[in-house]
Design a protein. Structure first.
Lengths: 113, 108
């Protein structure tokens, strides 16, 4: 079956512009996570959605970052007024509720010039 | 505070040599620990989880609550083991925290 998909795969933008990144989780997966991976760094937790519960936004680095999820489907991560330090690979993962295993997407590579 | 540390950013071993990737965690509750692996040009994927006490691709990891460690071990490294390895902690609220990762290079 289809795995987690993310779009676009690459995004180059100018400083100050807004960007929207999309994640399509595996069907039926109630949990969805966003992570940021800067060059040479580990995975940085951003936000976590679980079903209809309020999302855990504790990892969002600033109010320029926001994310939405419609039910148990697509999620979008929006970065407003992008800065060069936002350049990174943004990874999305989904899992069944209370499941051990996260399934990762291929990531979106964001470059802010 | 919830935290996962992996002290080695880079680790190089010769083929056939034993390998140990270190992971320590900080968590006040009952932890669930995992190892994820990312091979070159592939997606990040689960390697093993502590509750399963399984051996995957020859790798094992034992949770040591006294030392708050979950080191990944393999007795004989293979070239195909070269990858980025991440230790991860799952909290009681299902939030997953990853360590910074260790890049393993197995020298032929």
């Amino acid at each position: 079956g289809a795995g987690v998909s993310q779009s676009p795969s690459n995004k180059v933008t100018e400083k100050g512009k807004d960007v929207e990144l999309r994640c399509d989780p595996i069907s039926g997966h109630t949990a969805l996570y966003w992570y940021r991976q800067r060059l040479g760094q580990g995975l940085e937790f951003l936000i976590y959605f679980q079903g209809n519960s309020a999302p855990d936004k504790s990892g969002l680095p600033s109010d320029r970052f926001s994310a939405e999820r419609t039910g148990e489907s697509v999620s979008t991560l929006t970065i407003q007024r992008t800065q060069q330090e936002d350049s990174a690979v943004y990874l999305c993962a989904s899992s069944l509720w209370r499941s051990d295993t996260q399934y990762f997407g291929p990531g979106t590579r964001l470059t802010v010039l | 505070a919830q935290r996962v540390t992996q002290p080695e950013k880079l680790l190089s071993v010769f083929k056939g040599a034993p390998v140990e990737l270190k992971c320590n965690y900080s968590y006040s509750g009952s932890p669930e620990l995992f190892w994820y692996v990312q091979y070159s040009r592939q997606r990040l994927q689960l390697l093993l989880r502590h509750i399963s006490r399984e051996s995957i691709k020859g790798f094992t990891a034992d949770l040591n609550k006294g030392e708050t460690s979950f080191h990944l071990k393999k007795p004989f490294a293979q070239e195909e083991d070269s990858a980025m390895y991440y230790c991860a902690l799952k909290t009681s609220y299902d939030k997953v925290i990853f360590g910074p990762g260790t890049s393993l290079s197995v020298i032929p």
